[in-house]
Design a binder for this molecule. Sequence first.
Ligand SMILES: NC(=O)c1ccc[n+]([C@@H]2O[C@H](COP(=O)([O-])OP(=O)(O)OC[C@H]3O[C@@H](n4cnc5c(N)ncnc54)[C@H](O)[C@@H]3O)[C@@H](O)[C@H]2O)c1
Length: 328
Amino acid sequence: MNILITGVAGFIGFHLASELLKKRYNIIGLDNLNDYYSPKYKNQRLNLLRRKKKFKFLKIDLKKKKDLDLVFKKFKPKVIFHLASQPGIMYSFKNPKTYVTNNIDVTKNLIEQSLKNKIEKFYFTSSSSVYGNKKKFPITEKSSLEPINTYAKTKQQCEKILLKKFKNSGVDLKIFRPFTVYGPYARPDMIFITYLKKVMSDEIFFLYNYGNYIRDFTYVEDLAKILSKFLRVKKLKNKIFNICSSKPIKVKKLINIINKKITYKPNIVLKPYRNGEMKKTYGDNKLLKKTINFNKFTTIENGIKKTLNWYKKFNNKKILYFNKVKYK
Ligand SMILES: NC(=O)c1ccc[n+]([C@@H]2O[C@H](COP(=O)([O-])OP(=O)(O)OC[C@H]3O[C@@H](n4cnc5c(N)ncnc54)[C@H](O)[C@@H]3O)[C@@H](O)[C@H]2O)c1
């Protein structure tokens, strides 16, 4: 059985493909290797996947319907993990159009192919950001959606379209809402790599909301295992799942834990809250745990340790860039 992963050269796509290859699935990975952040870094992840016989990579832009058509005809996938996306919160205010194209339009193209080719399972990674700023915690899958940035709005729109188009189609649709994902091979626009790079080069790091943002950090290898476990779950009434450890911490605490494990002296400047960023994320993961029987979430201490070990060994740090000039 061929499993298609879109966004396979991305942070989560790479970990998911690694996990599924361990389980001996055939993986067809698609990605356009865009330059939102370093394509060389994306290629480095791909090189690790390419060592496996059961992995095939195709450089495809999901906007191109004809290319997508050929992929479906040739490989006849039965399962799609749709992870390709334009991520990033602050950039979504600068260039909203790319979010509409690479999140909404691309998802529509995949739905069209999936219906035409009678796909069995369509698994979509939405985001915890669809919830917006909440007062009641933990946030359950039934909490209302009040997205406060363009990225989250396009994710909400994708969810609506998927639920509508796959209704009564026989396709097993699942929508996942991961909460801030971190770990080895992380995205260079997210807190871990931005912080470590600044600290190690003695540059100022801006800590927004005075470090008081609260995040329900989720370790990436847990997420990959969770997604993989869903392959064995039958079609269910519940289609939407939070993916989080349900152990939120303040970002300043995260920084303190990191600082205790490194020898560099940080240069942190506290900054106020930024519009568009969620003040607190704290998800309820009961439904998830009940559905797939997953209880062993990596603790934040352990996850940080593993991420730092990876970062120290990663010897090509200059490719860990995020296209700031264009995107910040
Ligand atoms: N990282 C997180 O904390 C987090 C949290 C919640 C949800 N998510 C979601 O999980 C998914 C994966 O996120 P990630 O952190 O791995 O992001 P990522 O940017 O590392 O990966 C996304 C990949 O999609 C590819 N892509 C984008 N547009 C494409 C197109 N038109 N055609 C083909 N490929 C395209 C990019 O080149 C990239 O490699 C995304 O849908 C994201 O919104 C991520």
